[in-house]
Design a protein around this ligand. Structure first.
Ligand code: ATP
Ligand code: MG
Length: 492
């Protein structure tokens, strides 16, 4: 737990700590820290909180006591230097005076000296930021992450909140379902969502409340470029090897036994239209967890540093929602440094952040990444051990085409004889799954327009109109096939 770790550092006289947290978690971090310090009165640490607009104030007392003339970053550092009490000073958004446009070399120098000086005292400064980047304090600052609240923290908070509800409002039951709906939100966001819902419907039960909170969460995810993906309306044909591979890992995923290997994720590379996105959605249902679909392009932001910050927010949310499947479609677009929307530097940062996270993630987040073009993917991304496996998705073979046809015919309740299906399977050589799906939909549309039952003839008419993508672009399929022979395992 972060507060125990912070305590160890504070009592060992570390002078400068950093804590990263989302803006809406600032007050809950400070409140929790103050409560934690108050629980250890023998240690006698006071907690102070500073913001540029208000200055420095003491936490914990009934009223937030502000100390005069402490708004200025230099003044607050002087104030800290002049006091001898055992104290922790939380400085919120102080980094702006240390780096970037508003940086003041005097503030940097003063903090640097102070950090050295405080090593012999009982005072610690905590810089509280959404993201900490202070290379000049390397080795002097220790950074912690105040992630999104865990299920246990959410449950405790909900119970407290429900107990404090005024009479006249039905107290909803705080069960696991409600807690699960709140995962991925900060305490402040949960508070807002619940208070808003209760105001709107004072007689809520926990199921409806859970749905309301989920709406809040969906809106938050949407702002981050993430959609919770629904179960697909068609089954996936083919992918035999991948399906067996996944079944083998299913029990390991989210297993409480930490000694067993945790599945990290899978990379799907292959021919467009052959079901990569479809199987990605299915992997979630197979593992019994929701699928977070990240549109990587939406992370890109014109402001320097914002893109990585956005990615970190998404990854933190995925960890809070875990167990979950994080599906990143067309991941090559994130590394497409030459595109007009972003430069190579940003792509590198995004890449580094993502790989680091893949390496270090502790929570059961199963990553499914898909790519059509392998040339723009950096080699480190594909090295062994990064993903559990890289699968290559080729054009469907005879048996798979028959499977895919059956799935799409069934969708429209079309019954064909075995011979008729075989005829179609033969005639759809080199078709992608998407082209087979198109063939069936078009034939249904044709028959419907002419107000009659669909016949094999309709399917054959449409068939003649389709030139498979593979015939038009055979070269790029050959290219990706020869890459896959060395780098990936066939998905079927
Ligand atoms: N193996 C399959 N089984 C059933 N349907 C399939 C299959 N492959 C493709 N389809 C159909 O084609 C549609 C498009 O496939 P999908 O989007 O999954 O392909 P993709 O490989 O992700 O393509 P892209 O590379 O262009 O994103 C699916 O929604 C589905 O209707
Ligand atoms: Mg796709």
């Amino acid at each position: 737990m972060i507060f125990t770790e912070i305590e160890h550092f504070v009592t060992a006289n570390f002078s400068l700590l950093g804590v990263t947290c989302t803006p809406s978690s600032v007050s809950s971090f400070t409140r929790e820290l103050t409560a934690y310090a108050a629980n250890y009165p023998d240690e006698g640490y006071e907690v102070f909180f500073w913001t540029y607009d208000k200055g420095l104030g003491k936490c914990g007392s009934q009223e937030f006591e502000l100390l005069p003339n402490t708004n200025d970053p230099l003044n607050v550092l002087e104030q800290i230097e002049d006091t001898q009490d055992k104290a922790v000073y939380v400085l919120h958004n102080f980094q702006q005076f240390l780096t970037g446009q508003k940086a003041d070399p005097l503030v940097v120098a003063r903090l640097f000296n102070l950090a050295h000086k405080l090593k012999t005292t009982n005072q610690t400064i905590i810089l509280l930021e959404e993201d900490i980047k202070l290379p000049m304090f390397e080795g002097l600052i220790h950074v912690f992450d105040y992630g999104l609240p865990s299920a246990a923290v959410i449950k405790a908070f909900l119970k407290q909140l429900v107990n404090r509800l005024p009479p006249g409002i039905t107290k909803p039951h705080v069960g696991n379902e409600l807690v699960r709906s709140c995962q991925g939100l900060t305490i402040a966001e949960i508070n807002d969502a619940i208070r808003f819902s209760l105001k709107k419907y004072p007689q809520l039960n926990s199921d409806i409340l859970g749905q309301q909170v989920n709406q809040f969460k969906l809106a938050k995810l949407k702002r981050l470029g993430v959609e919770l993906s629904h179960e697909p309306d068609v089954k996936v044909g083919g992918f035999k090897t991948l399906k067996t591979w996944l079944t083998r890992r299913k029990k390991l995923f989210a297993s409480p036994n930490k000694k067993l290997p945790q599945p990290k994720g899978v990379m799907l590379v292959g021919v467009p239209g052959c079901g990569k996105s479809l199987i990605a959605k299915n992997i979630g249902s197979e593992l019994g967890v929701p699928v977070m679909h990240l549109d990587i392009r939406s992370l890109y932001h014109s402001l320097l540093g914002e893109t990585e910050k956005n990615l970190r927010r998404v990854l933190k949310t995925a960890e809070a929602i875990a167990p979950v499947c994080l599906w990143i479609d067309e991941i090559e677009k994130a590394f497409d440094g030459g595109s007009s929307t972003h430069d190579g530097g940003v792509s590198k940062g995004v890449f580094g952040t993502f790989l680091n996270w893949m390496q270090e993630k502790q929570q059961p987040v199963f990553v499914v990444a898909t790519a059509n073009k392998v040339n723009s993917l950096p080699p480190e991304f594909l090295r062994k051990g990064r993903f559990d496996e890289i699968f290559f998705v080729d054009l469907p073979n005879t048996e798979e085409r028959s499977d895919i046809l059956a799935i799409h015919l069934k969708k429209f309740e079309i019954n064909l004889s075995v011979e008729q299906v075989q005829t179609l399977v033969k005639k759809t050589e080199d078709f992608t799954g998407a082209e087979i799906a198109y063939l069936v939909t078009e034939a249904v549309t044709l028959a419907h327009a002419e107000e009659r039952q669909l016949s094999l003839l309709d399917l054959e008419t449409v068939l003649k109109e389709i030139t498979p993508q593979a015939d038009r672009d055979y070269e790029s399929i050959q290219q990706i096939r020869s890459w896959a022979r060395l780098m990936a395992r066939p998905a079927s």
